[in-house]
Structure formats: C-alpha cells, structure tokens
Design a protein around this ligand. Structure first.
Ligand code: ZN
Ligand code: ZN
Length: 138
C-alpha cells in the first residue's frame, strides 16, 4: 500500500506510515472513550518502525489500564488531538488513531473490543469479530 500520512488537528504533529497495519480494532473501552472524546476509538496497530514522525513531538501521558498493563497516549500539546497510543502488553507496537489519518477510507476494522462497555447509542458492526473485553492473547 502507498504511504499513509496524518497528523493532529492544528498540524503541529505530522507523521508518515510505511506498509499496512497488522490489526485494526474498534475499542469501546472507557479509557479510549475518555482519551478520544468520542463514543469509541478505531485503532490501527503498526510496528513502531513503520511510523516516521515528520514534524512536532507528541506529549506523552502514561496510565494504568484495568488489566494492570501500563498504557500511554501521545497527543499534541497545542490542539489536544491524540495521535498514537500503546501499552506494555505490546512492546514495539503503536496504535494510530483513525481520526488522525488524512485519508482513512482504506480502513476496515476487523474486530470490536470491550463491547460490554459500548454505549447504547453506538451502532455495532456484528459482521466482524466481537469480544466483550480483550480477547485472550493469540
Ligand atoms: Zn495539534
Ligand atoms: Zn480501548
């Protein structure tokens, strides 16, 4: 696939991604909701070295998930838009927030996570794999 480009709302952070994501997940957990300010997060998972930061440097927020895993969010300290995330359960991997991608029409989520936390108003695509929480590690 061609290179994917993206960035934050103000344009202070810009990035480029080489190659395809190995997983695309809709996450309905409370943390994703709080971090994105949206009903759920669509996260594209890449190896860190597929992502090149072209401009800016995201501010990092570390926190602990209910699972006990340590998690981080990376966002623009000017406009507040979250661009990346990650956690101790997948070292070397970053998630990219779908909304930060310039043209995200190629994105086809493969899985719904934490459906037990989904909002009543969220339309769920039941054609893809659905999990009430996190699926057991493959
Ligand atoms: Zn920004
Ligand atoms: Zn989540």
């Amino acid at each position: 696939m061609a290179k994917v480009t993206g960035g934050c709302l103000c344009g202070g952070i810009r990035y480029e991604i080489e190659g395809d994501p190995f997983r695309i997940a809709n996450c309905h957990c409370d943390d994703c909701r709080k971090a994105t300010g949206s009903a759920y997060a669509t996260n594209l998972f890449y190896q860190e070295d597929q992502i090149t930061l072209l401009q800016g440097s995201p501010k990092r927020f570390d926190h602990t998930a209910d699972s006990g895993n340590s998690m981080f969010k990376e966002f623009c300290d000017n406009c507040g838009a979250q661009v990346f995330g990650g956690g101790s359960m997948r070292p070397g991997v970053k998630s990219v927030k779908v909304g930060s991608i310039d043209d995200a029409n190629f994105v086809k989520p493969q899985v719904n996570l934490f459906l037990s936390h989904a909002l009543n108003c969220t339309l769920i695509d039941e054609e893809i794999d659905c999990f009430d929480a996190m699926p057991p590690p493959a």
